[in-house]
Design a protein around this ligand. Structure first.
Ligand code: WT7
Length: 650
């Protein structure tokens, strides 16, 4: 679906699902007036929510705002790992399951809060022994195994800054992130499991750490003998060997200032270089914790399963910091939804009695393709609430989810947010707001959003424009790591003091927000953010390529797919083999998620007379539309040639 088609469908979408009375009666947030009171005094609202955390030294200041720099709760001190784990060990949650982990091959482990606490303490002792101090950066490149949240929490406990790199990234991408963050330690695994095959994490890590600041590589043994990894003497140490020698004594949580950095997470932007998004300790945790209670209506009896990978912000917030800070039992799954077969997700829900399920539209569309008989063959009666995240959900997928997974009983929270926002920003509170399939509804309490035109003026209901966030919020990014100028320019460069997320949105007559997708050169493939420039740089890096233009085109399952238009250097002959080679080159440079769906060779790329590539026209071609305005092209015949070539291909 193109953006225009999508808008058209959405505007014809009139189904509305009011909150269920029984759900509302038991909801954490059941008083409508919270929207109004939080809007009138957001600082008061957030200060109240901050009371759900345990502070070493309570804060007296709430917000200091020198646009675009915010400080929240700045004279308070606390520790994120203490909040996520240890404080529950002092209550009757001590022996409650914290993490129910399911490995891809079928192994599983349960960690109670007390057990998790002991593991985190040992890992914290280990980091300290390796010389990690407050403020040092630790890079983590692990599969979805328990050591991943344990390593993150151990960093938090000693006051180190973690930067988790998704296991699907290549050695080159890992290296870029290690270098930018100046990481001292890398924690990785011998290999990871994926659909029965191996992900060579250690091999990638070996390439990545060459000529970097990394002093020690800690290796978790996930696969063992078959991993085809080797250890470098003096540099590499096995996690289990080191952990076995650690004291069994509690590790005193490092007192952190509210504004101290908790983590850096890299994300794509419009340039070729990923941005290190910096999150604070207190504000981030307040946002994560609050949304667990408001959007996810979390209760002590819940079993919460977010299917994301911890390598993305969704996993940071809704596998690690949100659920654990709320004392939740969470499910963490290592593998793919179709391994060993397409029943795996529904079996996990049955096996552990999952009550809240949070996944991505692209997964839902995949399940739709596999057929509703699959989920319908399972007892999913434990579910009471479901969520989606990562990209706009088409109403058909929403209805399918509602019907065949939720069995018409479960409210759906479509949550709009970003790496930069830290937690869900636009989403229904399930006991309070009626939902409409395809709309993320309204901002959560304490968050002020608007849809504006080019001049920053609010659009009237029934119109579209740019989504903006008009006031600072606790879990907002604080800066871009070592590039504050980029932070200011990217997010606050258009309208002073107003945060620009980079999404287009439509405001309907009920003031509901319909997210239309990115307005910049960022592609959203299966909910993964990829910069067009990153892929273009990867292609141009290949010796055969002269020039490349990359666009995101509509894709039935992935939301968007990457199409690359490539011109080759003189004398290079084009072939299917070269296409395959170029695709592989992108995988090696960035990672498998950036592999172009198709590559087209062009004699020339369509450019304006000022030599700007007209991506809009390339998108028209890839989505089979009539070509838009071509009058500004230097050479209109270029697009006609490309168009007929594209059609031939189909
Ligand atoms: C971009 C942020 C934070 C979650 C994972 C993605 C798109 C995210 C929705 C939604 C429509 C959505 C936006 C946003 N997006 N959630 N519910 N409806 N679009 O995080 O990688 O930082 O990407 O994902 O375009 O800007 P991210």
């Amino acid at each position: 679906m193109t953006e225009a088609d999508r808008l058209d469908t959405l505007l014809r979408e009139h189904r509305i699902f009011p909150p269920d009375e029984t759900f509302r009666a038991q909801a954490n947030f059941k008083d409508e007036s919270i929207y109004q009171s939080a809007a009138e005094d957001p600082e008061h609202y957030w200060a109240q929510q901050a009371q759900y955390l345990s502070w070493q030294q309570p804060f007296s200041k709430i917000l200091e705002w020198e646009a675009p720099h915010a400080k929240w709760f700045s004279d308070g001190t606390l520790n994120a790992a203490y909040n996520a784990v240890d404080r529950h060990r002092e209550t009757n949650r001590k022996n409650k399951a914290a993490i129910i982990w399911e490995g891809e091959p079928g192994d599983s482990k349960v960690f109670t809060y007390d057990m998790l606490g002991r593991e985190v303490d040992k890992a914290a002792h280990m980091l300290r022994q390796l010389g990690v101090k407050k403020g040092d950066r630790v890079a983590i490149y692990l599969p979805m195994i328990p050591e991943l949240p344990i390593a993150m929490l151990a960093c938090a406990k000693v006051g180190a800054i973690h930067t988790v790199v998704f296991g699907g990234f290549s050695a080159a991408s890992l290296k870029d992130r290690i270098v930018d963050a100046d990481a001292k330690i890398l924690i990785t695994a011998d290999a990871g499991w994926r659909r029965g095959g191996l992900v060579p994490l250690k091999q990638n890590a070996d390439q990545a750490v060459v000529d970097t600041s990394v002093e020690k590589v800690v290796v978790v043994q996930r696969v063992g003998e078959n991993a085809q990894s080797s250890m470098v003497e003096g540099r590499d140490v096995y996690w289990h060997e080191l952990i076995a020698t650690m004291p069994h004594t509690p590790f005193a949580p490092e007192p952190m200032n509210a504004e101290d950095t908790l983590f850096i997470l890299y994300t794509s932007g419009t340039t070729g270089k990923p941005k290190g998004i910096v999150h604070s300790t207190a504000g981030y945790l307040v946002g994560a914790n609050t949304s667990m209670r408001s959007v996810f209506d979390i209760k002590d009896e819940d079993v919460f399963w977010c299917t994301a990978d911890i390598g993305w912000i969704t996993g940071h917030t809704y596998i690690v910091y949100g659920p654990l800070s709320a004392g939740t039992t969470l499910v963490m799954y290592e593998g793919a939804p179709d391994w060993p077969n397409r029943h795996r997700f529904w079996e996990i829900i049955e096996k552990y009695g999952v009550t809240i399920f949070y996944t991505a539209p692209t997964s839902i569309r995949t399940f739709m393709k596999w057929g509703h008989d699959i989920p319908m063959g399972h007892d999913l009666s434990s579910l009471r609430l479901m969520g989606t995240v990562g990209e706009p959900i088409n109403p058909e997928a929403w209805m399918w989810y509602h019907e065949y997974v939720g069995r018409g009983r479960c409210p759906i929270v479509d949550t709009w947010w970003q790496t930069e926002t830290g937690c869900a920003m636009i989403a229904p509170l399930p006991g309070l707001l009626a939902t409409k399939p395809g709309s993320a509804t309204k901002a959560v309490p304490g968050i002020s959003v608007d849809v504006v035109d080019e001049n920053g003026q609010s659009v009237a209901p029934g119109h579209g424009g740019y989504l903006v966030i008009t006031k600072p919020w606790p879990s907002m990014l604080r800066t871009v790591w070592r590039d504050d100028e980029r932070f200011q320019k990217t997010y606050f460069g258009q309208l002073p003091g107003i945060y620009l997320p980079g999404d287009g949105a439509h405001l309907d007559e009920d003031q509901y927000i319909w997210i239309l997708g990115r307005i910049d050169d960022v592609i959203n493939v299966s909910g993964h953010r990829i910069g067009t420039m990153e892929v273009e740089s990867a292609l141009v890096d290949h010796p055969a390529v002269a020039e490349a233009a990359v666009i995101g085109r509509a894709h039935e399952v992935k939301g968007q797919a990457i199409t690359a238009f490539v011109t080759v250097k003189e004398g290079v002959s084009t072939s299917d083999a070269l296409i395959a080679e170029l695709k592989q080159h992108v995988v090696e440079k960035i990672g498998a998620m950036a592999r172009p769906e198709e590559i087209l060779f062009a004699a020339e790329l369509p450019k304006t007379r000022s030599a700007k590539i007209m991506r809009r026209l390339l998108r028209d071609i890839a989505e089979g539309r009539a070509l838009g305005d071509t009058t500004t092209l230097a050479d209109p015949s270029v697009v006609e040639a490309l168009k007929s070539q594209y059609q031939d291909k189909e």
